[in-house]
Design a protein around this ligand. Structure first.
Ligand code: HOZ
Length: 428
């Protein structure tokens, strides 16, 4: 049998990496087959080891909002790295980055840079507990906040794809202070507050749930969370790893007009480099070491090369506010096309879209809750996924991830996606 280069290297990879990958969803377990091993990206396109070209609607899971190998970002990286890769000492670029984030994002005065979204959330939770002196955290089933112990409870993304929303290795102790509510269901949150009077440090939420597919907040949901947190002296944490600088320049707080107390960011502020951050008011951030007693540290935090990439991307986004309208329009167009094609081919489908995030579910249900996402026909998703891949359209290999629309997607790219989807849906 003639194996492709990706298949060959996957065989080797399995000897050295669990399932051949460094992050579970990439292993294609949910859809079957072998993931293409990527060698290059430029603009909206990526290429694999076998010279197949794909239009990429994953974009490194969100951060490449300007597209792959965006020249000014590459130049910022290469200029900066001439002076050294890491110092573990303060650099001016970190200050510039922090100033930029604070000037763009509503309601935060200070940030602490870290290296991933997981780290940002883990630290934000510690900050919330340290500042309030309370232990319990409310999260939502199907929301994913990285893989720190206390957040791997009813988690979304890879955990959900794998069908293991609770991870082995998380001790009872680490999980018992994490309470789970239902996304878009304020009553479920209210009940938890009532049952745990004066014990809830924070509510953490993905303002648009984008690790169970894409589930936008119902009218009044985020406002309701704000109110419940205020009434109960709890902090509201917006996990903006996906929505930050994507829904709008100022993220979900700006898009929905709701204030969070702590905001976490991930890959998007690195423009493709490994970065994360969390930010809050000056008062809250005074708790962070060495100013306060909430300890958190990292040698590579604020790394100059990553800062240069992220800062350049943020500057470009700031200078081009029209990008957000364009991304939104492209995403709307795709969602409408998918709806029309599914009708035309008699495929039961519900398409959710919010800003540059799109997700088709193979169900007739109105997908506004975690339980509705679970009604999607995963066999149909598998066929849809492989059909799209064969047509050169690269989407996430899981029903429970978003499709990311970027600045780099041209009209032709969007039309190619829509006509591929039309053909594929016709074969299901
Ligand atoms: N869990 C990540 C997306 N929500 C996937 C990360 C990756 O495989 O790179």
């Amino acid at each position: 049998m003639n194996l492709s280069k990706s298949e060959k290297i996957m065989e080797k990879a399995k000897n050295f990496l669990p399932a051949g990958v460094n992050s579970p969803v990439r292993a294609f377990r949910a859809v079957g087959g072998t993931p293409p091993f990527i060698v290059k990206g430029k603009g909206s396109k990526i290429w694999d080891l076998d010279y197949n070209q794909y239009i990429d609607f994953v974009g490194s899971w969100g951060p490449l909002i300007l597209g792959h190998s965006y020249e000014p970002v590459l130049k910022a990286v290469s200029d900066t790295m001439q002076y050294g890769l890491s110092f573990g000492a303060p650099t001016a670029l970190e200050v510039e980055m922090a100033e930029k984030i604070v000037s763009i994002v509503p309601n935060i005065d200070m940030v602490r840079m870290v290296n991933s979204g997981t780290e940002a959330v883990m630290s934000a939770i510690r900050l919330a507990r340290g500042a309030t002196g309370k232990a319990k955290i409310i999260k939502f089933a199907g929301c994913y906040h990285g893989h720190s112990d206390s957040m791997l409870v009813n988690a979304g993304s890879g955990a959900l794809t794998q069908g293991e929303p609770d991870s082995a290795g998380v001790t009872k102790g680490a999980a018992e202070d994490t309470l789970t509510a239902e996304y878009n269901d304020l009553d479920s949150v209210r009940k938890l507050f009532d049952l745990n009077t004066n014990e809830i440090a924070a509510v953490i939420v993905e303002p648009v749930a984008a690790n169970m597919g894409v589930v936008p907040p119902a009218d009044g949901f985020l406002e309701g969370l704000r109110k419940l947190c205020d009434e109960n002296n709890a902090l509201l944490i917006f996990d903006e790893v996906i929505t930050g600088f994507r829904l709008a320049l100022g993220g979900a707080q700006e898009f929905f007009g709701v204030r969070a107390d702590i905001v976490t960011f991930g890959k998007i502020i690195g423009g493709g480099m490994p970065v994360g951050a969390y930010g809050a008011s000056k008062e809250l951030m005074q708790n962070i070491a060495p100013l306060g007693s909430v300890y958190q540290a990292g040698t590579l935090s604020g790394n100059p090369v990553a800062m240069a990439a992220g800062l350049k991307q943020l500057e470009i986004l700031e200078q081009n506010p029209q990008y957000y309208t364009e991304i939104n329009e492209k995403a709307k167009f795709i969602a409408n096309n998918l709806r029309e094609s599914s009708k035309k081919h008699d495929i039961v489908m519900t398409v959710n879209q919010c800003g540059g995030l799109v997700c088709p579910y193979f169900t007739s249900e109105n997908v506004t809750s975690f339980s509705a996402t679970q009604k999607s026909n995963l066999e149909q998703f598998k066929c849809y996924f492989h059909g799209m891949l064969e047509h050169g359209i690269y989407i996430a290999p899981s029903q429970f991830e978003a499709m990311f629309i970027n600045v780099s997607h041209s009209k032709d790219d969007i039309n190619a996606l829509c006509s591929a989807a039309d053909e594929v849906l016709g074969t299901l």
